[in-house]
Unconditional design. Structure first.
Length: 790
């Protein structure tokens, strides 16, 4: 409440102060003004009083003068009469000592007797000897003042016995001469009064204010003969008062009004000031609050950023699945260690590569994360076996670990440590309620020359590992000079991979897919090659795993899709209308997980004006299982766009055909239908046949891959397989050659163009130089077809 009205406090104080000070000032100024007024009035009243005194003196003088004149001519005694020569003029009469009129002017006898009787009835004390003033005496409506002078001749008797000469005058006339009326024009009220000698109330003779004057400025009018000091000498009293009073109300009102105005202004100003002060205070508080909030947010953001930075750093250097340090981290450490050797801070180091065998099998049977779990367990065991040894352990690949050993005393000491690592896997692993025995192969390289590059060190360890694998060595294999040979190291490829796309080192080959019935090319599979500047032309098995792990596969696949669509557009223009064909592109699981692939494909198809039917995608089971929901959403979308899907490498994995029903596949590609499986040929055939049967039941078309012989092609056809792909028909070839084969219904061979044959009847040139039975059987149809089109 108090707080709510607190903004009134200052204005109230201001107004009060102004009022108090103003009132004090006004009081002072009013007092001073009234003092001034009084001084002025005193001066004015004195002037007027003196004028009246002068007039009265003149009246007395006249009486004295007449008396003197009369004294000379008159006899003595109370009855002495002035001579007739002194006949009374107007304004003069003679009087006996007893107060009877001796002689008076003709017209004024009554007036004279009125004056005389007044004198006679006045107190004896007042009847002094010598000149005296008398009156004012009422005569009719007039007031008469008179001056008396004794006629004291040498012959006259005692003072009380001489006659008097009286001069008299109308009071109004006397006052008019004394210019009493000018007071009115000077804004004074006035009053002429006489105090009763017997202390009766004052009698007012003339006044401008009937009600009388309050607190007037007064001045006694003395008898001329009386000395100034005589207290009783006041004959009359003149009092004046300013008409506006001593405190001029109008000016006062104006001043009070002004004061009120100033007080109001001060209050208003103070109010405004407090208000704006309050406003700016609250604005300041709000700004401070905002600032605080911004500060807090900023601090939060910084913290978040630091956290992110840390997690980025962690993600940059660690494997997402096992949390182990990754390749990048390992390479960094190796680089540092090599630098330390160069600067002789270290003497010898060893790089060890450990490959866990059958890890892929575990991942296929127990699930994708199982292999990661196993790898992590293996890593923990390795770390345990190296207790007390300075080392770095990292995940090197899907089934590989890399160990960097610092401070290795000798090559044989390195061998000992590497063997320890080899032994780490001896005990079976506990994994998801299974006891698993796994094998590992270990290769290592010892480095004591600082001139070696990290890539070289890894290449050597990798070569040693490949020897260990080749020899199924139960001990770790150390790198020896001369081991190099033709083996290509994978380890140094990663760095090169990142720039390969920019350097246009990737190329595509195309392998025809053939309709086994009609022996014509229905489509081609795009297969990636890397023209490595040092290693030469590399097949996917050399770099694909690294490309997937390094994420390079995503931009590479986008590049492939674009390249393939452009090619398809070109081929469509060059092929006769109605000629259907497709180009299939292999999609890795990593690519499916990357966002925006669907939109990208749609955009490319749109841009190149290629119908979706000209494009197909091939996918392996493994990639799909690890992420069913994402894969399914993307594949459904592709299928809805009209792109047909092929399940690749079917029969090599460990999953069942039931997976097929989860995804919208149109084709199944059967990998090595006869070659890879163990067991009798009959058993193989039975499996392949069963697969084909199942595919037919599921309305899937089957493509047999790796068809290398005529016999295989023939058997497959008999088993009900519709399409085939393999060296028997054509190896992967350049785009132009693939087009030639596609264009020419019979041309699988690159050796002899079909058109060069003189024979009108088309002859099928096969790599093996043999003619398929089915081909022979269908020959007549084909030639019919051929002749009908030509
Ligand atoms: P895949 O999809 O099963 O491709 C068929 C592989 O078998 C190709 O190997 C091909 O050259 C080879 N091949 C074809 N006919 C025969 C034959 O009669 N006998 C033998 N022994 N081999 C034959 P390539 O080109 O080395 O490709 C290997 C794998 O790499 C492919 O297997 C595929 O999974 C993957 N791959 C190839 N190109 C790409 C690609 O562009 N993207 C993705 N993600 N993977 C690709
Ligand atoms: Ca394929
Ligand atoms: Ca395949």
């Amino acid at each position: 409440m108090l707080r709510r009205h607190s903004h009134w406090v200052l204005p109230l104080i201001a107004a009060t102060v102004v009022l108090l000070v103003g009132a004090r000032l006004i009081t002072l100024s009013v007092r001073e003004r009234s003092e001034q007024l009084r001084v002025t009035a005193q001066r004015v009243v004195a002037t007027r009083a003196r004028s009246i005194e002068t007039e009265l003196a003149a009246l007395s003088e006249r009486a004295r003068h007449e008396a003197a004149r009369g004294a000379g001519a008159m006899g003595a005694g109370p009855d002495a009469t002035p001579p007739d020569s002194l006949h009374s003029e107007r304004g003069i009469f003679w009087m006996r000592p007893d107060g009877s009129v001796l002689r008076a002017p003709a017209g004024d006898a009554a007036m004279a007797s009125a004056v005389a009787s007044e004198w006679a009835s006045s107190a004896a004390a007042a009847r002094r000897a010598g000149t005296a003033l008398l009156g004012p005496v009422r005569y009719g409506s007039q007031w008469i003042v008179a001056a008396l002078a004794p006629i004291s001749s040498p012959r006259a008797g005692a003072a009380g016995a001489v006659p008097w000469c009286v001069s008299y005058e109308d009071l109004d006339a006397l006052l008019a001469r004394a210019r009493l009326g000018s007071l009115v024009s000077e804004d004074y009220d006035f009053e002429l009064s006489q105090r009763d000698p017997l202390s009766g109330p004052a009698r007012v003779f003339v006044g401008s204010q009937p009600s009388g004057l309050i607190e007037p400025a007064a001045r006694p009018i003395r008898e001329p003969a009386a000395p100034a000091s005589a207290a009783a000498g006041a004959f009359l009293t003149l009092a004046i008062r300013p008409r506006t009073g001593w405190y001029p109300a109008r000016e006062l009102a104006a001043e009070i009004g002004l004061l009120a105005l100033i007080a109001w202004a001060a209050a208003f100003g103070a109010y405004d000031l407090t208000h704006s002060l309050k406003r700016s205070q609250s604005a300041l508080a709000a700004a401070r609050k905002r600032l605080h909030a911004v500060n807090e947010r900023l601090a939060g953001e910084i913290e978040q950023r630091e956290h992110l930075q840390k997690s980025f750093e962690h993600a940059r250097y660690h494997d997402a699945f096992t949390g182990l340090p990754n390749r990048r981290y390992f390479m960094d450490q190796l680089d540092r260690a090599l630098r330390a050797i160069r600067t002789r801070r270290r003497q010898r180091i060893a790089v060890v590569l450990i490959e866990i065998e059958r890890l892929r099998l575990i991942s296929d049977s127990l699930g994708h994360t199982a292999s990661d779990e196993l790898l992590l367990q293996a890593a923990q065991r390795c770390a345990q076996s190296l207790t007390g040894v300075e080392h770095v352990l990292a995940r090197w690949g899907a089934d590989k670990l890399a160990v960097l050993l610092y401070e290795v005393e000798s090559a044989s000491a390195a061998q000992g440590l590497a063997d320890r690592l080899q032994q780490a896997r001896a005990e079976p692993f506990e994994l998801r309620q299974h006891r698993l025995s796994v094998n590992s192969r270990v290769g290592f390289a010892t480095i004591d020359s600082g001139l070696q590059r990290a890539e070289d060190a890894l290449r050597e360890a990798d070569l040693a590992l490949s020897i260990a694998k080749e020899q199924q060595s139960p001990r770790a294999v150390g790198y020896l000079a001369g081991m190099g040979g033709a083996a290509v190291s994978l380890v140094s490829l990663e760095a090169d991979l990142h720039v390969a796309l920019d350097r246009r080192e990737f190329v595509l080959l195309f392998q025809p897919i053939v309709d086994l019935h009609g022996q014509r090319v229905v489509g081609v599979e795009a297969l990636l090659r890397w023209r490595h500047p040092v290693e030469g032309l590399l097949t996917p098995d050399k770099f694909l795993a690294i490309a997937e792990e390094a994420g390079v596969i995503v931009p590479v696949t986008r590049w492939i899709i674009q390249r393939v669509c452009r090619l398809a557009a070109e081929w469509r223009l060059r092929l006769p209308q109605q000629r259907d064909f497709y180009i299939s592109v292999n999609l890795s699981a990593a690519v499916l997980r990357a966002p925006g692939l669907r939109e990208y494909v749609a955009q490319v198809l749109h841009d190149t004006h290629v119908p979706a039917a000209n494009l197909k995608f091939e996918l392996t089971e493994g990639g799909l299982i690890s992420n069913v929901s994402t894969a399914r959403a993307v594949l459904d979308a592709f299928h809805d766009m009209g792109i047909e899907l092929m399940l690749d490498d079917f029969g090599t994995g460990y999953s069942s055909l039931s997976y097929l029903q989860l995804f919208p596949f149109d084709y199944v590609k059967i990998d090595r239908p006869f070659a890879s499986r163990t067991g009798s040929e009959r058993a193989n055939n039975a499996i392949t046949s069963a697969i084909l049967q199942m595919a037919a039941n599921l309305s899937l078309r089957a493509v047999a891959e790796v068809v290398e012989t005529q016999a295989a092609a023939q058997t497959l056809l008999q088993m009900g397989c519709d399409f085939g792909q393999g060296y028997f028909f054509s190896p992967p070839v350049e785009a132009e050659e693939a087009f030639r084969q596609l264009h020419n219904p019979d041309g699988f061979s690159t050796r002899e163009p079909v058109g060069e044959d003189d024979d009108d009847s088309p002859t099928l040139m096969l790599p093996a130089g043999v003619i398929l039975e089915s081909r022979i059987k269908d020959d007549s149809d084909a030639s019919e077809e051929e002749s009908s089109t030509t």
